[in-house]
Ligand binder design. Structure first.
Ligand SMILES: Cc1cc2nc3c(=O)[nH]c(=O)nc-3n(C[C@H](O)[C@H](O)[C@H](O)COP(=O)(O)OP(=O)(O)OC[C@H]3O[C@@H](n4cnc5c(N)ncnc54)[C@H](O)[C@@H]3O)c2cc1C
Length: 256
């Protein structure tokens, strides 16, 4: 049970330094160190995580929100994209933003799109400070507080998506292991595009800019932030490691 604290490639082996002073090495490594999510800190809503309250985007939940009143909390691009996606299904999507303007945290093009969708309501200067479930144990209501006068209001809500940020557990990685501005590890086509891929062969789809090092799950840039997708990417990464080993096997020479 040690933390990985450093990683480097030497020749055809990758060395991982551990917090107890030890080191392990292997011809391939899969990074699956996840992310640390910012929490809302409202106990009655934390109790409903998975029962109408979700951290991260509505990856698989969106189609289940037909005819529902859905809330998204957050003011960055991810929140805007989640609201747009949910609006294709839900009756009404409310985007609750703590800041006094959407432009503060969201790209201009996304602000225009969000404002153009009739079933999205944007509530600026608004925080979720409470809530609770119904008899079925599923989210039923939220308590919202508006910044201006600090007044609280209880509203009906069927689902709450919390897009309030996550920090990837990547502080220990070296600069040569390419990451996006948000710190999440880039893989596959992304590292070819950004010029960080050092070899002639193309990277495998989950391979990072350090050849032989793969990334799976929340730590990966573009991850779906769901248990099922993290598990799926983990198994794909294992498969890709086998493909890498097979490709690097010396080919038998033709007999003459
Ligand atoms: C409150 C909450 C509720 C959620 N609810 C749902 C839900 O209902 N459904 C759903 O599908 N998803 C949910 N998610 C998202 C889901 O938990 C993640 O998508 C999933 O756990 C990602 O798996 P992972 O293996 O990539 O990362 P993680 O599960 O975060 O695992 C990463 C592991 O790596 C360890 N680690 C980190 N750094 C190091 C290091 N340097 N050395 C060694 N070990 C390290 C961490 O301690 C951790 O054990 C929720 C997330 C949160 C925060």
């Amino acid at each position: 049970m040690h933390d990985a604290i450093a990683i480097r490639r030497e020749g055809d082996r990758i060395h991982v330094a551990l917090s107890d002073g030890g080191e392990v090495s292997a011809p391939a490594v899969i990074l699956a160190t996840g992310a640390t999510y910012h929490r809302l800190g409202v106990p009655e809503l934390e109790d409903l995580v998975g029962a109408g309250v979700f951290y991260g985007g509505p990856a698989s939940e969106a189609p289940t929100t037909v005819d529902e009143d859905v809330y998204v909390v957050g003011g960055a691009n991810s929140a805007g994209q989640a609201a747009l996606h949910l609006a294709e299904y839900a009756r009404r999507v409310t985007l609750a933003v703590r800041a006094e303007s959407l432009e503060k945290g969201m790209s201009h093009y996304l602000v225009r799109q969000v404002e153009g969708v009739p079933n999205i309501t944007v509530r600026l200067g608004t925080e979720v400070v409470g809530g609770g479930g119904g008899g079925d144990g599923w989210l039923e209501r939220l308590v919202l507080r508006s910044g201006g006068d600090g007044a609280t209001e209880t509203v009906a809500a069927d689902e709450l998506f919390l897009m309030i940020g996550a920090r990837p557990n990547t502080d220990w990685l070296p600069a040569e292991l390419a990451r996006g501005d948000d710190g999440f590890v880039r893989t596959g086509a992304d590292v070819e595009r950004d010029g960080s891929w050092p070899l002639e062969r193309s990277p495998f789809s989950l391979e990072t800019s350090m050849p032989g090092v793969f990334a799976a799950g929340d730590v990966r840039h573009g991850s779906m932030n769901r248990v099922a997708s993290a598990v799926g990417e983990g198994s794909i990464a294992i498969r890709l490691v086998h493909e890498l080993f097979a490709a690097e096997q010396p080919q038998p020479r033709d007999r003459v």
